[in-house]
Design a protein around this ligand. Structure first.
Ligand SMILES: NC(=O)c1ccc[n+]([C@@H]2O[C@H](COP(=O)([O-])OP(=O)(O)OC[C@H]3O[C@@H](n4cnc5c(N)ncnc54)[C@H](OP(=O)(O)O)[C@@H]3O)[C@@H](O)[C@H]2O)c1
Length: 313
C-alpha cells in the first residue's frame, strides 16, 4: 500500500522541534501536503524561518517544563497528530542537553496522552534499541518504549544518518572536493532529510491506524559507505569528490575518548563513532518502508537532489 496515493483531508498537526533543521522540513512537507501546521516552540525560539514558510499558528511549550505542555497541546481545534523532532543533545539553543531526550520526551508523551491527541510520530534512530552505549540513540528507544507503556498510539520513524547533517558540514566539504563522513570505509544507513520529512508528514496524516504502534526503519535502498557517497557526488557533479573522516583519526581515536571521560556530549559522540564502526548501523527491514512510503531513494538519486537543492548542479 502506498499511502501517498490515498485521498487526504486537511489535518491539524502539531510539530515539536519545528525550528530545527529537520523540524522545519517537516513543517514544509505538511504544508506542501496541504495540512495545517501548529508549531510548538519555546518562548525563546526564533520563529522567523517558520513564518517565512507560512506558519501562523504557534503555541508555547517547553518539554522540560511539563506545566507548559497541557495548554500548548489542548488548543482548539485539537491536533490530530503530533510530530516530535526535538532534541537536546544537538544543543540547538545554548544550555540544551540530553535531559530533553530522556525526561523531556516523557513529559511530552504524558501531555500528549492526557490531551487525547490520537497519534504521535517520533523521529527515532536506526537500531536505537541495540545501541545501549550511545545515549542519544538509546534515549529514542526509551521514548518508543514509553509510548507503548502509556498506550499512546504512535509510529517511530527510525532514520539513519542525515546526508545533510544537523549543521550541514557536508556543503563546505563538497565545495573543496571532500565528502566528510564519520567512518569512510564502513557502510551505514543514511537518509536525505526532505525524504524523512515527507514520510513524517504522511505518517502523521495519512497512515491508517492499523499501521501504528510500530517502529519503521527509513533510509536509502542500501547502506552506503562514505566512499560510495563520494562516488555518487563525483558522478553528479562531474568532478572528483573523495571521502575523508569528519574528524582526523587522532581526534576520534585519542582526543574524543579522553575528553569524553569528562564531557558527556563528547563521550556520546565517541560511542556513536564506535557503534558506526561496528557496521551494525543499518536497516534490517527495508521492505516495511517500501510498503508504507513507496520506492526507496537510491544513493545517487538522493545525492542528485541534495546538489540540485543547493544549486551545485
Ligand atoms: N542528525 C542525524 O544524523 C540524525 C539521524 C537520525 C535521527 N535524528 C533525529 O532528528 C531529530 C531532529 O534533529 P535536528 O537536526 O532537526 O535537530 P536541531 O536542528 O538541533 O533542532 C532541535 C529542535 O528541538 C527543539 N527543542 C530543544 N529542546 C526543546 C525543549 N525543551 N522543548 C521544546 N523544543 C525543544 C529546538 O527548539 P529551539 O529553537 O527552541 O532551540 C529545535 O527546534 C532529532 O530528534 C535527532 O535525534 C538525527
Amino acid at each position: 500500500m502506498n499511502i501517498e496515493k490515498n485521498h487526504m483531508n486537511q489535518k491539524v498537526v502539531t510539530v515539536v522541534g519545528a525550528t530545527g533543521a529537520l523540524g522545519s522540513k517537516i513543517v514544509k512537507a505538511l504544508i506542501d501536503q496541504n495540512h495545517h501546521v501548529r508549531a510548538m516552540v519555546r518562548a525563546t525560539s526564533n520563529r522567523t524561518k517558520l513564518r517565512e514558510l507560512g506558519v501562523t499558528d504557534f503555541v508555547i511549550g517547553d518539554m522540560m517544563d511539563p506545566q507548559s505542555l497541557p495548554e500548548a497541546l489542548s488548543k482548539d481545534p485539537k491536533s490530530q497528530a503530533i510530530v516530535a523532532s526535538a532534541a537536546g543533545y544537538t544543543r540547538h539553543t545554548k544550555g540544551d542537553n540530553s535531559k530533553t531526550d530522556a525526561q523531556g520526551y516523557r513529559n511530552l508523551i504524558d501531555a500528549t496522552k492526557s490531551a487525547g491527541i490520537p497519534r504521535f510520530v517520533l523521529i527515532s534512530i536506526l537500531e536505537c534499541d541495540k545501541a545501549i552505549k550511545v545515549s542519544h540513540f538509546y534515549n529514542k528507544y526509551l521514548a518508543e518504549k514509553y509510548l507503548q507503556e502509556k498506550g499512546q498510539l504512535f509510529i517511530a520513524l527510525r532514520a539513519g544518518a542525515f546526508l545533510d547533517q544537523t549543521r550541514d558540514f557536508v556543503l563546505p566539504g563538497i565545495q573543496k572536493g571532500v565528502f566528510p563522513t564519520f567512518v569512510p570505509g564502513v557502510s551505514y544507513g543514511m537518509i536525505y532529510t526532505p525524504d524523512l520529512a515527507r514520510y513524517a508528514a504522511l505518517a502523521a496524516t495519512s497512515l491508517p491506524e492499523s499501521e501504528l504502534n510500530a517502529s519503521v526503519d527509513v533510509g536509502w535502498d542500501r547502506p552506503a559507505s562514505g566512499t560510495v557517497v563520494a562516488e555518487a557526488f563525483s558522478k553528479v557533479l562531474g568532478r572528483k569528490i573523495v571521502a575523508k573522516p569528519a574528524f582526523p583519526p587522532f581526534v576520534s581515536d585519542v582526543i574524543f575518548p579522553l575528553v569524553g571521560l569528562a564531557v558527556g556530549g563528547i563521550s556520546d559522540m565517541n560511542e556513536m563513532i564506535k557503534w558506526i564502526k561496528n557496521g551494525d548501523y543499518t536497516s534490517k527491514n527495508i521492505q516495511r518502508q517500501r510498503e508504507l512510503f513507496g520506492d526507496l531513494p537510491t544513493v545517487e538519486e538522493a545525492v542528485r537532489r541534495y546538489c540540485k537543492d543547493r544549486k551545485l548542479v
